[in-house]
Ligand binder design. Sequence first.
Ligand code: SF4
Length: 367
Amino acid sequence: GLPESPPPVLSERRKTRQLQVGPVGVGSDHPISVQSMTTTVTADVNATLQQIAELTAAGCDIVRVACPSADDAEALPAIARKSQIPVIADIHFQPKYVFAAIEAGCAAVRVNPGNIKKFDDRVGEIAQAAKDHGTPIRIGVNAGSLDKRLMEKYGKATPEALAESALWEASLFAEHDFHDLKISVKHNDPVVMIRAYEILAEQCDYPLHLGVTEAGPAFQGTIKSAVAFGALLRQGIGDTIRVSLSAPPVEEVKVGAQILQSLNLRPKKLEIVSCPSCGRAQVDVYRLADEVTAGLQGMEVPLRVAVMGCVVNGPGEAKEADLGVASGNGKGQIFVKGEVIKTVPEHQIVETLIEEAMRIAEEMGET
Ligand code: SF4
């Protein structure tokens, strides 16, 4: 077919420095990446690698592993070597693990200076080790780990306090001529978080790692993250994202990927355009949408599939879809690009859609 022009985006990316987290570029020259964090005990190498494989399959670009103990630090070389995606070691409190992670070949290290005692004294050493290995570092604060000095100055974790804290940390590294940094300023309140990133975006050109921290269980956390990231991405702010949910990390990755896809910041894969159902519906739209979603999961070609509850508006409403169904009278009208191609009994709707999806995928030159 004709080459398609890229789908429109809402704004140009804020211009940033570029850095490499292993093979994944982070910064305005690169696509926005999706991160998550493993929940396994890092020292359990097999379990951790298994979870990383699941995250990779779900669309994760970069994975972070916690490193709270010497056993975890010892596991880092094997994990870094065998993971399909770059691994970032997440270090709190203990500078010695920062060095261990860099030596282990981790693609980057996340340090929380607010949590590393006497951090000031060690920045030079950390910067030198990171420079020697070409390892970028993520710095920045969570509301919970704001520096005491700033807590006293601002009274609480305000956007200004978060931004000032992060910029102060960056300046410590800059003094040692180290700029391979990305920054996060996380807060559980999207309003504070959005404002903090806006201030940061104005005042530096480091790539930014977006996150709403402690966002909550899946439903609340998904919405908080989507709203907060949307407000920032709309301004071109954000180079890598992590959705934090009190839910399995695969869910975080799916939400992160979906947020980027929704704004055309990541190529769309399967998209289900399903109607909300109404009094005209002659089929259980919710169930049908779920079954079609499950049946087409894992399709590698971008496909828009419409699932409509009735024939009144079905084909018309879904002209933009590649494929769809409008149900009525125990039957489903299957349509391709808005044209009805056949009518099948209700129980054959899902299998027919899958068949047609495969045919379209083949026509697109991929399977
Ligand atoms: Fe209602 Fe039909 Fe529209 Fe679904 S497609 S919302 S059932 S009118």
